[in-house]
Design a binder for this molecule. Structure first.
Ligand code: HEM
Length: 219
């Protein structure tokens, strides 16, 4: 597969993941509501995710997108490193790119570690039945609200979830712009708007996810 197709695959999977994050943040923002309304809404949403056949297909597409994004990112990084002599690379990077664009690989690795720990946190109890048994709410649904709530009583997890939203923000900020460019978006005024939009998107998503654990902890 040529570099062009690899970058295209990264762009398509990355933009799909950006979309997922908007939906995921909207759902998790329910945790900011008062407990009496947050608990049934959050558990209802979580049950819908587990039961809907359509969402099951989307979830498998999501796992595939994460996997392909990581694999192609590694391949593109290796090709870029091989293609540029060291002295040229150092000069070129400083002159033409932002800190985030130079560190996308490391930011991505940090996020991958975050996602693995995040899934272990939730899936171990909700899907695999490891650790304390998940209780049922008043409507007889798995009390995923309680699983989240108890995780965010631990200050180390609160710090982990909040601080790692900084690399997420940087990764999204550069990733969104780069993704659209890889899809052939080169209109000058459009690119300026895209820059503003990607900044707004990255700040809202990163800040949104970062405040949820803090609010739950301080409640
Ligand atoms: C406040 C922060 C967050 C909370 C409270 C949260 C909560 C959850 C919960 C409860 C689940 C399991 C859903 C279920 O199986 O019922 C989940 C799944 C997931 N989360 Fe998060 N999440 C947060 C942030 C993030 C972030 C920042 C990312 C990515 C960078 C992320 C990526 C995922 C992925 C990929 C899944 C698997 C989706 C699935 O299996 O359907 N989450 N999250």
């Amino acid at each position: 597969m040529t570099l062009f197709w690899r970058k295209l695959a990264m762009a398509v999977t990355g933009l799909f993941l950006c979309l997922f994050l908007v939906v995921h943040l909207s759902a998790n923002a329910l945790l900011l509501l008062p407990e009496a309304s947050a608990q049934p809404l959050y558990n209802g949403y979580s049950e819908f995710l587990r039961e809907s056949p359509v969402i099951k297909v989307v979830a498998y597409l999501l796992y595939l997108a994460i996997l392909l994004h990581v694999v192609y990112a590694a391949l593109v990084t290796r090709t870029n490193q091989k293609a540029r002599p060291d002295h040229y690379r150092a000069r070129d990077l400083r002159a033409n790119s932002t800190w985030a664009s130079q560190n996308m690989g490391w930011l991505g690795v940090v996020l991958l570690i975050f996602i693995v720990i995040h899934l272990v946190n939730f899936w171990s109890r909700i899907k695999l039945g490891i650790g304390a048994e998940v209780g049922l709410d008043a409507a007889g649904r798995k009390d995923v609200y309680e699983v989240t709530y108890s995780l965010f009583q631990n200050p180390y997890y609160v710090a982990f979830y909040s601080v790692l939203m900084l690399p997420l923000g940087y990764h999204l900020h550069h990733g969104l712009r780069a993704g659209f460019r890889s899809l052939g978006f080169h209109h000058r005024e459009g690119l300026r708007r895209l820059d503003r939009f990607s900044t707004l998107y990255a700040v809202v998503v990163a800040l949104g996810f970062a405040i949820i654990p803090l609010v739950v902890f301080l409640r």
